[in-house]
Design a protein around this ligand. Structure first.
Ligand code: DX5
Ligand code: ZN
Length: 219
């Protein structure tokens, strides 16, 4: 799958052997480490924190993206961009009344900015932001937990978002229940990036090396 990129969701990793996990994922050829941050308010869960970020940042030179599932993310951009070294920062417009200034702030740090949109969020309500973003992260599950089922109705929304790429050139990334079959299906539609959690990568019998080799060879 040429020019497609793969992002392991590190909240699914085994933190009892984090160094080994990061080094073997790195060696297996992943592209971006996907870091889920939650505040127990925007989503009813907690995931990766500041110390997890520092630990993984120190273990790899590969890009880290920060998927901020938090209220008022604008208050924390300096932390994630400057202190923790995130390369791409995704914020939810559903959680931010000042989304344009937040996205502008991310860019002012020289980082890539993206919006992450919930399954129910319409294209109409966010398409003005296409003028600013580098990436769009389309949630294909309700944000907050790994291991959930894929929401089929979101595929139609993805097909419509692909049509805007001709004009705006942002990258489309999908997040949630992304299996090997979904990678093939959505890759053909025009999706560029895939967050890999428990559906395609973690808790499998095969090694990360074998799984990534197979994913990169998919047609
Ligand atoms: C959920 C997170 C996802 C999740 C993916 O809110 O944003 O990144 O970890 O895990 P799976 O693939 O198991 O749905
Ligand atoms: Zn995520």
């Amino acid at each position: 799958m040429n020019n497609k990129f793969f992002c392991p969701s590190m909240m699914c990793a085994d933190f009892t052997k984090l160094t080994q996990e990061v080094e073997s994922l790195d060696a297996a050829g992943i592209d971006i480490f996907h870091m889920d941050v939650m505040d127990g308010s925007f989503v009813p869960n907690f995931a990766l924190g500041v110390e997890d970020f520092k630990a993984i940042r120190a273990l790899t030179d590969k890009p880290l993206d920060a998927h901020l599932m938090i209220q008022n993310p604008g208050n924390y951009i300096d932390l994630f961009a400057k202190d923790l070294g995130a390369d791409i920062i995704y914020v939810h417009p559903e959680a931010d009344p000042h989304i344009v200034s937040t996205l502008t702030k991310i860019k002012s740090h020289g980082k890539k900015c993206g919006i992450a949109i919930n399954p129910e969020t319409s294209i109409e309500s966010i398409k003005e932001l296409f003028n600013i973003i580098d990436n769009i992260l389309v949630m294909t599950v309700n944000p907050g937990f790994s291991g959930q089922p894929y929401l089929d109705f979101v595929t139609n929304k993805i097909k419509k978002i692909v049509n805007y790429q001709e004009t705006y050139h942002f990258k489309i990334v999908v997040d949630g229940a992304i299996s090997v079959d979904k990678i093939t299906e959505l890759g053909k539609i025009g999706v560029n990036g895939f967050v890999l959690g428990t559906s395609a990568l973690f808790n499998k019998d095969e090694s990360y090396q074998v799984i990534m080799k197979n994913l990169k060879n998919l047609n």
